[in-house]
Design a protein around this ligand. Structure first.
Ligand code: GDP
Ligand code: IMO
Ligand code: MG
Length: 425
C-alpha cells in the first residue's frame, strides 16, 4: 500500500507525528517537496526529534528514507540532522537516498531571502529565511542553479559558482547595496558537503519505481500544507512549491495513480505562521489559550503561531484538491477546558454564503466565517486510547468536523507523543 500524508491547513498540522506512526508499516518514506522551512516533530516517550529535511520515518531504523527531486536541500541542515540522529544512536548509513536532481540551497539563497524580506517592510511574506523562495526561483530560472548531482564534479562546480556569484553579487549590490558573497568561501563549504553527501546521491526515481515493482510499501510525506501551495494556496502568502499533495507526482516521479490512499492531516483548530489572511483567526484570549495549551510556537523559527477556530471551508478545500480519502485530526486535547467551541462551516462573502474556499486573497480577506457553536469538555483526554472512551462532547466535535469536511477521521491525537494516538476501528 502506498500512502500520502499531507497537511490540509497552513502547515504544522502534525504531519511528522502521523508519518512516524504510519512508518511502522512502511518500507520507504519519501519527502517530495519543500526544504528546511519545514519543521516536523516526533515525540517518542521523553525523546523529542525536530526534523527539517530528513523524512519523519528516519527515526525508525528499518525504514529507507528518500529526499526526492523537488526538495530544496540545505546541506548544512541535512548534515547536522544526520549527525544529530547518529549521536542519538540512529544511523542513516545505507538507508538514505537523495535525488541527484534535488536543488541545493546555499548561503546566498538565505542572504537573498533575508534581503528581500527586509526590503519589503510591511509587505513582507514572513518567510522562514531558509532560502526557499530564491532557490526555487533559481530552479525555474535554470541558468544559475546547483543540484546535488553537481557535487560529483567539483571542478565544474567551481566554475559554475564563479558565474553564479558574479551574477548574484551584481544583483545584491544594485538592489540592496549589500556586501558581496565570496565564491571561494561557498566553494570550500561545497567541497565538504560533497564529501559527506555524494555517497547518498542517486537516481531516486529509478529507486522508487524499482521498489514499487518489488512490492515495497511507500509513505509519501508532505511538507507545509495545502493553503501554502504556490498555485492553489493563498498567494502571495504561500511557500514556493506545490506543497499540497498535487506536488507529489512531479516532486518524486511517482504518478498520482500509483498512490493507494491520501491522508489529510488537520488540527482540531487552525494555525498559521507568517503573514496573510486567516478568516477564523482569534487574536484574543481564545487564540492565546490555544497557543499556550497547544504549545503553538514554530518548530523551525520559534515564532508564535497565529491561532483560531477550526475552518471547515479551508479543510474541505484541501480534501478536494488533494483527493483526500480520510483524515487525521490532531490536538483534540488542546481544546480541553474551552467552554464553547466554534467551527466555521461556510463563509459569507458579499452577502452570499459560500462553502468553496476562495484562495484569492482579496476575496478571502472579505470572508466572514459562519460559525456553529458546540459545547466544550473539561475532562483530561490525554490518556484516552479509544474513541468510545472520549467524553461525549469530544466525540460530537469530531463527528461534526467529519460532516463539514466530508471525510472520516481515522486517527485522533490526544497529545504529542507517538503513544497518544487513537486509531479508530
Ligand atoms: P508538522 O510540521 O505538520 O509536522 O507539525 P509540527 O511538528 O510543526 O507541529 C505540530 C506540534 O504539535 C508538534 O510540537 C507536535 O509534537 C505536536 N503534536 C502533534 N500531535 C499532537 C496532539 O495530538 N496533541 C498535542 N498536544 N500536540 C501534538
Ligand atoms: P511544515 O512542514 C508552517 C510559511 C512561512 C511563510 C510562508 C513562506 O512544518 O508544516 P518560506 O520560508 O517557505 O518561503 O515561507 O510559508 N511556511 C510554513 N508554515 N509550516 C511550515 O512547514 C512552513 N513552511 C513555510 O511561515 O508564511
Ligand atoms: Mg512544522
Amino acid at each position: 500500500m502506498n500512502i500520502c500524508v499531507a497537511g490540509l491547513q497552513w502547515g504544522d498540522e502534525g504531519k511528522g507525528k502521523v508519518v512516524d506512526v504510519l512508518a511502522e508499516r512502511s518500507d520507504i518514506v519519501v519527502r517530495y517537496g519543500g526544504g528546511s522551512n519545514a519543521g516536523h516533530t516526533v515525540v517518542i516517550g521523553d525523546s523529542r526529534f525536530a526534523l527539517h529535511l530528513l523524512p519523519s520515518g528516519s527515526i525508525r531504523k528499518d525504514v529507507t528514507c528518500v529526499i526526492a527531486n523537488a526538495v530544496v536541500l540545505d546541506p548544512e541542515v541535512l548534515i547536522s540532522e544526520i549527525d544529530g540522529l547518529t549521536e542519538r544512536g540512529i544511523s542513516l548509513e545505507g538507508r538514505l537516498w537523495i535525488s541527484e536532481n534535488t536543488h541545493v540551497v546555499l548561503d546566498y539563497h538565505k542572504r537573498e531571502d533575508q534581503l528581500r524580506e527586509e526590503s519589503l517592510g510591511k509587505h513582507k511574506i514572513g518567510t522562514t529565511i531558509r532560502g526557499i523562495g530564491p532557490c526555487y526561483a533559481d530552479k525555474v530560472g535554470r541558468s544559475y542553479a546547483v543540484r546535488m548531482g553537481d557535487f560529483r564534479d567539483l571542478k565544474a562546480l567551481k566554475a559554475k559558482l564563479d558565474t553564479i556569484l558574479a551574477y548574484k553579487n551584481k544583483l545584491f549590490g544594485a538592489l540592496y547595496d549589500a556586501e558581496p558573497v565570496e565564491a571561494e568561501a561557498i566553494f570550500e563549504k561545497c567541497q565538504a558537503y560533497a564529501a559527506r553527501l555524494v555517497p547518498f546521491t542517486t537516481d531516486t526515481t529509478e529507486f522508487l519505481h524499482t521498489s514499487i515493482a518489488a512490492g515495497k510499501s511507500i509513505l509519501f510525506e508532505g511538507a507545509q500544507g495545502s493553503l501554502l501551495d504556490l498555485d492553489h494556496g493563498t498567494f502571495p502568502f504561500v511557500t514556493s512549491s506545490n506543497s499540497s499533495s498535487l506536488g507529489l507526482p512531479s516532486g518524486c516521479g511517482v504518478p498520482a495513480r500509483m498512490v493507494d490512499k491520501y491522508i489529510g492531516v488537520i488540527k482540531a483548530y487552525t494555525t498559521r505562521v507568517g503573514a496573510g489572511p486567516f478568516p477564523t483567526e482569534q487574536d484574543n484570549e481564545v487564540g492565546d489559550f490555544i497557543r499556550e495549551a497547544g504549545n503553538e510556537y514554530g518548530t523551525t523559527t520559534g515564532r508564535p503561531r497565529r491561532c483560531g477556530w477550526f475552518d471547515g471551508v479551508a479543510a474541505a478545500y484541501g480534501v478536494k484538491i488533494g483527493s483526500v480519502d480520510s483524515l487525521v485530526l490532531l490536538h483534540l486535547d488542546t481544546l480541553t477546558g474551552l467552554k464553547e467551541l466554534k467551527v466555521c462551516k461556510a463563509y459569507e462573502i458579499d452577502g452570499q454564503e459560500k462553502t468553496f474556499f476562495p484562495a484569492n486573497i482579496d476575496r478571502l480577506a472579505q470572508a466572514k466565517p459562519v460559525y456553529e457553536t458546540l459545547p466544550g469538555w473539561d475532562d483530561d483526554i490525554t490518556e484516552v486510547t479509544t474513541f468510545d472512551a472520549l467524553p461525549a462532547k469530544a466525540q460530537a466535535y469530531v463527528q461534526r468536523v467529519e460532516e463539514i469536511v466530508g471525510r472520516p477521521v481515522e486517527m485522533i491525537g490526544v497529545g504529542p507523543k507517538r503513544s497518544q494516538t487513537i486509531v479508530r476501528q
